[in-house]
Design a protein around this ligand. Structure first.
Ligand SMILES: Cc1cc2nc3c(=O)[nH]c(=O)nc-3n(C[C@H](O)[C@H](O)[C@H](O)COP(=O)(O)OP(=O)(O)OC[C@H]3O[C@@H](n4cnc5c(N)ncnc54)[C@H](O)[C@@H]3O)c2cc1C
Length: 438
């Protein structure tokens, strides 16, 4: 039986943004912390790769900063890094090969939606659109569906209409100013991990946690490492497991057994869903899109082709590089997920041809493709959370601590910036503060 150094003040399960933020805060406040992480790396759903010779990191997970997230900007400041404005010019492709500058459909959609009475009882977003067919044009309905699927990674037939309308009614991430960390999200996580005091904290990689045994004031976390069982003991624990891992039925492969069980978490867990995303980073020999139509599209950041297998592409602007990112979320991504690279690349290149015309041999121009299958990965089982029908209070309920002993964090638990790195950092810090106050 492997035992890591037996006694810590706090065990943090998961070394993603939430876990690292929690550990850093606890460490600054004098607590000894053991972070147990299943993967052989930190960062969780942040995965920056830097192929040999590449001038910039490629993000296979989180990439953008949506809005001026205070937690991310503070982390950037501490890391000595900057946020770079991401370009926003959008083109859509109403017919294959024909591009049109996108008028601001988001504002139009918001206005139309605001003119409709809010539903009193929650219902699936698709049903809400159907009920309001007469008041919402087909263009607005199609745009709203694309946004729910593509941005929220949600299935409109399951997503909460009330929560989507709330998201778009306020300062929504979907139309907030967007940035990227200059050195990439991976560097931000490295800096966060680097801020941990090695005398008091340890990050144990390749420790797949399978049990959390607890009573007030004591937690024993069981894990396997290279096939060997191990355990760590502490007075308290912060659990930052992704929603989808928390949702696994007890004793299912990859599940984490809480003993005693946490019955109050079951209803909120059933009200949130994990959305799928397929994101491919396509590195070409040259930026062919910038050369089309006498360079007319050289300053375009996003290309949208509704109905294509990959309806969204973006460039690296303001940085100029021959790199296009293909993105699909929601039901489309669920259909594409869990396949080999060639099987996802084929529809991605078909979508490229739909947008940029069929005359070029895009496969020949493609030098490399990078992606991560977040759906099949047992430590994420999806990309990020969204709220199902009746899921309004679920995030808050899941974030509630138990007996001042178990604390919870992770993007799915944040009400302000859920589904994002900002949300994950917020909850990690909040859980650590709550623990320290007890
Ligand atoms: C393709 C993609 C694109 C995205 N784009 C953006 C974006 O542009 N902007 C943005 O803000 N957000 C984006 N996100 C979402 C963002 O990445 C997440 O919201 C955030 O990183 C979640 O952090 P977390 O700490 O809550 O969870 P995680 O990062 O998932 O951390 C949880 C950790 O727990 C570990 N773990 C899981 N099971 C176990 C176990 N049994 N034992 C031990 N450890 C375990 C995991 O390995 C992981 O390291 C994207 C996500 C994906 C997948």
């Amino acid at each position: 039986m492997t035992k890591t150094n037996d006694e810590y003040d706090v065990i943090v399960v998961g070394a993603g943004a939430a876990g690292l933020a929690a550990a850093a805060h606890l460490g600054r406040n004098g607590k000894s912390v053991c972070i147990l992480e299943a993967r052989d790396r930190i960062g969780g759903r942040i995965l920056s790769v830097r192929p040999r010779g590449a001038a910039m990191p490629l993000e296979l997970g989180a990439e953008f900063i949506h809005g001026e997230s205070p937690a991310i900007f503070e982390q950037l400041r501490l890391a000595g890094d900057l946020a770079i404005d991401a370009a926003q010019t959008r083109y859509r492709v109403p017919q294959p090969g024909h591009m049109k500058r996108s008028e601001d459909l988001f504002e139009t959609m918001k206005e139309r939606l605001q003119s409709i009475p809010k539903p009193r009882a929650d219902l699936p977003f698709a049903e809400f659109l159907e009920k309001n067919q007469k008041r919402l044009s087909p263009t607005v309905r199609a745009f709203a569906t694309m946004l729910v699927e593509g941005f929220d990674a949600a299935d409109p037939k399951r997503a909460s209409a009330i929560e989507i309308l709330k998201e778009w009614g306020g300062g929504s991430a979907a139309d907030a100013p967007t940035f990227r960390p200059q050195r990439g999200y991976g560097a931000l996580m490295d800096s966060l991990a680097g801020s941990l005091d090695p005398a008091k904290s340890c990050v144990q990689l390749e420790c797949a946690v399978n049990e959390v045994r607890w009573r007030k004031g004591e937690v024993i976390v069981g894990f396997t490492r290279h096939g060997e069982p191990g355990s760590v003991r502490a007075a308290q624990a912060i659990i930052t497991l992704p929603l989808s891992v928390m949702q696994l039925p007890a004793l299912a492969p990859g599940s984490v057994l809480f003993t005693p069980a946490l019955p109050k978490k079951q209803v909120p867990l059933s009200r949130l869903l994990m959305g799928p995303v397929v994101k491919l980073v396509l590195c070409f020999s040259r930026p062919f899109w910038a050369e089309l139509d006498d360079g007319m599209h050289r300053d375009v950041a996003f290309f949208h082709a509704q109905g294509a297998p990959f309806p969204t592409f973006w460039t690296t602007l303001p940085v100029r590089a021959p790199v296009l990112t293909a993105w699909t979320g929601g039901p489309n991504a669920a259909r594409l997920g869990m396949r080999g690279t060639d099987e996802v690349l084929r529809p991605a290149l078909a979508s490229v041809a739909e947008i940029f015309g069929k005359r070029r041999d895009y496969r020949r121009m493609l030098e490399a493709v990078y992606w991560h299958d977040w759906q099949s990965d047992p430590y994420s089982c999806g990309a990020y959370s969204y709220s199902g029908v009746g899921g309004g209070p679920a995030r808050r309920q899941l974030a509630k601590s138990v007996a001042q002993t178990l604390f919870f964090a992770g993007e799915a638990l944040d009400e302000e910036e859920s589904s994002s790195v900002g949300g994950a950092l917020n909850t990690g810090q909040r859980a650590a503060k709550e623990l320290l106050q007890g």
